[in-house]
Design a protein around this ligand. Structure first.
Ligand SMILES: C=CC1=C(C)c2cc3[nH]c(cc4nc(cc5[nH]c(cc1n2)c(C)c5CCC(=O)O)C(CCC(=O)O)=C4C)c(C)c3C=C
Ligand SMILES: [Fe+2]
Ligand SMILES: [Fe+2]
Length: 332
């Protein structure tokens, strides 16, 4: 009997993390870990500890849990359920592309599965070369860099470091732009085309951009590339930022203000897509699908269409296979 051969490399897929249940307690645990990360909120300690534990974690979890309850599925939080589907689909498409099993593990920056769990899984599969693929198309210090920190701290206990490479961002990758364009075109073929396509990205504080975070400019570049792929005129599309948190200024223009303004200005129908997210989540299914629909309709708009994230679409997973091939040269 021959020993099973080592895989040439393994892939670590990473996303943000999500609560274990749509309850105030689970949301509190999730937010306590997430919002304590200095990459996410940089307010000096111990002041931030007092604000987080004294105010935010007392009131926010109950309200946010209701939002999660409205989108929860039989398979749990959408972000987790979709991430698992992406993991399985990527494994299948990599096996087809390489003619052998390529291990793919899933980790979350906050909560489960941890970097340590995913790392052990890859190690047990014999992985010595690891490609880290954070599922954030645009690089931000608050997301992608946080993955680096967590992985580095998870590897502290590892006696045998794998060779590691990273996918920093893929905000203008031709396969990514093409998959976005395909999804919009398919949506329009079925539902017709609106007056405007709003590309709504998760925001970050303006201060983070001012000190060099490239995320907003990468979002604007993604939006421009998608508009070009769809051959839209300048008045047919717009790029805005959602999900503000706290009182300080975040990158503008704001999605909710834009939709209120459009609703009042007689825009009849708007189509909304959210290219900062590789998987549908609270910020798309609740904030965009529900809250912002209300903002537009209450201001006088008529039709509001939300176009889903790329999730486990074939062309999205194929783009991940291309990213893997491009970043593992010499390992295969
Ligand atoms: C407090 C500051 C925050 C920054 C900066 C931030 C950046 C950022 N986040 C994502 C992706 C996601 N964020 C999600 C939820 C979420 N984000 C924040 C705060 C910041 N995000 C909070 C407090 C929450 C939780 C919900 C709430 O309390 O309002 C999610 C959804 C998770 C889910 O379970 O579905 C994603 C995904 C990006 C891409 C980003 C910057 C580039
Ligand atoms: Fe966020
Ligand atoms: Fe939100």
């Amino acid at each position: 009997m021959t020993a099973p051969s080592r895989p040439p490399f393994g892939v670590l897929l990473v996303n943000l993390g999500t609560p274990e249940a749509p309850t105030a307690k689970a949301v509190r645990n999730y937010l306590a870990e997430f919002l304590w990360d200095k990459r996410v909120v940089d307010v000096p300690r111990p002041l931030w500890w007092l604000i987080l534990h004294g105010i935010i974690l007392r009131f926010r979890p109950g309200r946010v849990a209701k939002g999660y309850a409205s989108i929860w599925t039989d398979d749990g939080s959408p972000l987790m359920a979709i991430s698992k589907k992406q993991q399985q689909a990527l494994k299948q498409q990599l096996a087809a592309a390489y003619g052998q099993d390529i291990p793919v593990a899933l980790a979350m920056t906050y909560g489960q599965p941890t970097m340590e769990q995913a790392g052990r899984e890859l190690r047990q599969a014999g992985v010595e070369n690891m490609l880290v693929l954070p599922l954030y198309p645009q690089f931000s210090s608050s997301t992608t860099a946080a993955v680096y920190d967590r992985l580095a701290s998870g590897l502290k206990a590892c006696p045998h470091l794998p060779q590691t490479r990273w996918v920093n961002e893929y905000h203008q990758h031709p396969g990514y732009i093409q998959a976005l364009a395909n999804s919009v075109k398919e949506y329009w073929a079925e539902h017709g085309q609106g007056d405007k396509l709003l590309m709504s990205f998760h925001g970050i504080p303006q201060r983070y951009e001012d000190r060099g975070d490239p995320y907003p400019s990468q979002c604007r570049a993604t939006a421009k590339a998608l508009a070009a792929a769809l051959q839209l005129n300048d008045d047919q599309w717009y790029c805005a930022f959602q999900s503000r948190f706290g009182r300080e200024e975040w990158v503008k223009p704001y999605t909710d203000f834009t939709l209120k303004e459009w609703g009042g200005a007689g825009v009849q129908r708007v189509d909304v897509i959210s290219p900062a997210f590789s998987a549908d989540c609270l910020e798309t299914l609740e904030e965009l699908e529900e809250e912002n629909r209300e903002n537009f309709i209450e201001a006088g708009g008529h039709q509001y269409h939300y176009i889903p994230c790329l999730n486990d679409r074939d062309d999205h997973i194929q783009m991940m296979v291309d990213l893997v091939k491009e970043h593992t040269k010499g390992w295969d």
